[in-house]
Design a protein around this ligand. Structure first.
Ligand code: VG1
Ligand code: CO
Length: 543
């Protein structure tokens, strides 16, 4: 089979972000000549030639010796991470827009994971970007015909190659399922989900990649009835839905849970790294709480009983509920910038066992990605061990540690230049010395500014410094306000506002997070928040 070298012209906008790789409107990938091959070639060229020759990629092309592809092109992000580690591949390419509305008319994305199974660190993303700006040619085998539906090995004789080029089509679930078996007590979960008094569950794969995983793991292996799993057929356009597991988009699940028939509900994003947990009657578990509750209950999981718990990681905007658990367990917490890639070094060096983000992602050192189905099995294990409902587990946790009310507001589709000025002005304002000590009253609660900064992270393993990762306003009672520029949005910019308010007193644990006055301060239709706007709306008690 001939290998063609095709001349091409570079693009200047193919900087992959640490958050989600390269994510653009699908139409841009389709409409701009060689947009995808250019980027894929840049990814492959970023691997040192020595490591590239004869190596295995979980998806790839030129000079690669072997390709592993999930049957029918389906592999979840956590499964890719798992396979890369298991077979010691050089890396993996994941074609997904993740939780963004994907498919025709939506977005498309390319994530690149490196040899440890984790998302590419920023040095690698920078290298890919540099290559993409000067690329002159890419290699392709237009006549290579792979049958994606046939499991097993297919061999091809490529031009000028001594060894045959091997493509292996693997079952998307098997290798990952075998890993899960070593982590959890499957019998305990199975007795929870079967027999009299079984926990009735409802799991929504949102027409993303998770369908086969949900069916095989939860239904076939763990005994959940077939009708517990919904939207399990992966569709190119996600059935016209937005495959994002949160209260705004996972409404089918939310409605079903509100009916009261099911005791546990879960949904996943399109590539299976994010998850949402709901209890009976639609009781919502915030991702930051989920992380803290998992941390406090790790002893329910055989994996952690064997391996011990070394440390915890959370992204900076993630609520500090985890920190309270860590303190009680005398375990260190690492606070990293948003994006999973910062956890890899901590896990590789044995510093960190469990990590999480407020954006519906939790995972452990069993692989190097956040892992939605793993988190669901953790929750089922906790329910089986504690013999309590989701709501009881959460309320007990709040009673013990206090509740971190948490809200996130996303101001999307902004003009990039404007966002730059907003963030610059905000930074000047909040980091001004006179801002410290200012008091703001919301209802009867007075918040007093204790500390502000522009978040900066020094990697404890390799010393890499990552600056400008969000503006933090920390109040004296540990409540926080954070402004941050999204790094995963494509052409337009997004500012995220994270608000956290701590309540120790159990009599105050029953409010709606948004009744906590925050939504009245920053109505989304105001376009974007500015601290000046905030000051105008709040009653400043120092003046
Ligand atoms: C967002 C989230 C971040 C997450 C990233 C990738 O990034 O905030 O926590 O790791 O998406 O998620 P940003 O920079 O837009 O805030 V996924 O499901 O695409 O791996
Ligand atoms: Co995702």
């Amino acid at each position: 089979i001939p290998v063609l070298t095709v001349p091409t012209a570079p693009y200047q906008d193919q900087r992959p972000t640490g958050g989600g790789g390269l994510r653009r409107p699908t139409g841009l990938f389709e409409g701009q000549r060689n947009y995808l091959p250019n980027f894929i070639q840049s990814v492959l060229s970023s691997i040192d030639l020595r490591d590239r020759q004869g190596c295995t990629m979980v998806v790839g092309s030129e000079k690669i010796g072997r390709l592993i592809i999930g049957q029918n092109g389906i592999l979840s992000t956590p499964a890719v991470s798992c396979i890369i580690r298991k077979i010691k591949a050089a890396g993996g390419i994941i074609l997904t827009a993740s939780h963004c509305p994907g498919g025709p008319g939506g977005e498309f994305g390319v994530k690149f994971n490196v040899a440890n199974g984790g998302p590419a660190p920023d040095v690698v993303s920078d290298k890919i970007y540099q290559i993409s700006k000067t690329i002159e040619e890419y290699a392709i085998c237009p006549d290579l015909r792979i049958d994606l539906s046939r499991l097993g090995r297919q061999e091809f004789d490529l031009e000028n190659k001594f060894k045959p080029f091997r493509v292996e089509i693997v079952d998307p679930v098997d290798i990952y399922l075998n890993l899960l078996r070593t982590i959890f007590d499957f019998n305990a979960i199975k007795s929870l989900l079967t027999g009299p008094g079984q926990l009735k569950i409802r799991v929504d794969a949102m027409h993303g990649v998770m369908g086969p995983y949900v069916r095989k793991v939860l239904c076939d292996e763990l005994g959940a009835p077939a009708n517990s799993a919904i939207n399990c057929v992966p569709l190119e356009d996600f059935g016209g839905q937005h495959p994002d597991p949160n209260l705004t988009y996972a409404t089918t699940l939310l409605e079903a849970m509100k009916g009261g028939e099911y005791g546990f509900g879960a949904a996943f994003d399109a590539d299976g790294d994010r998850y949402m947990i709901l209890g009976q009657n639609g009781f919502f578990v915030s991702p930051s709480d989920s992380l803290a509750i998992i941390a406090a209950n790790l002893s329910c999981i055989p994996y952690f009983r064997q391996m011990g718990v070394r440390g915890f990681g959370r992204s900076m905007p993630t609520s500090m509920a985890l920190d309270r658990v860590a303190k009680a367990m005398k375990v260190p917490v690492y606070e990293t910038p948003a994006g999973w890639r910062f956890f890899s070094n901590l896990m590789d060096s044995g510093r960190c066992s469990l990590c999480g983000e407020e954006s519906f992602g939790t995972g452990s050192d069993h692989l190097r990605e956040k892992d939605g189905l793993w988190a669901v099995l953790v929750w089922l294990s906790i329910i089986a061990a504690r013999k309590q409902s989701v709501e009881e587990i959460v309320r007990d946790h709040w009673a013990k540690f206090g509740r971190h009310y948490y809200c996130r507001f996303d101001y999307e589709g902004l003009e990039p230049k404007t966002t730059y000025y907003i963030m610059r002005d905000l930074e000047a304002l909040v980091t001004d010395k006179s801002f410290i000590g200012q008091q703001f009253a919301v209802g009867s609660h007075v918040y007093s500014v204790a500390k502000t900064d522009s978040f900066e992270y020094v990697d404890p393993v390799d010393g890499t410094v990552t600056k400008k990762q969000g503006l933090r306003i920390i109040f004296s009672d540990a409540s926080r306000l954070i402004f941050r520029l999204s790094s995963s949005s494509g052409v337009r910019a997004t500012i995220r506002l994270y608000a956290e308010s701590y309540e120790r007193d159990p009599t105050g644990h029953d409010q709606e997070p948004q009744m906590n006055e925050f939504d009245k301060l920053w109505p989304a239709q105001s376009g974007f928040p500015s601290i000046l706007f905030v000051s105008a709306q709040m009653h400043n008690t120092t003046k």
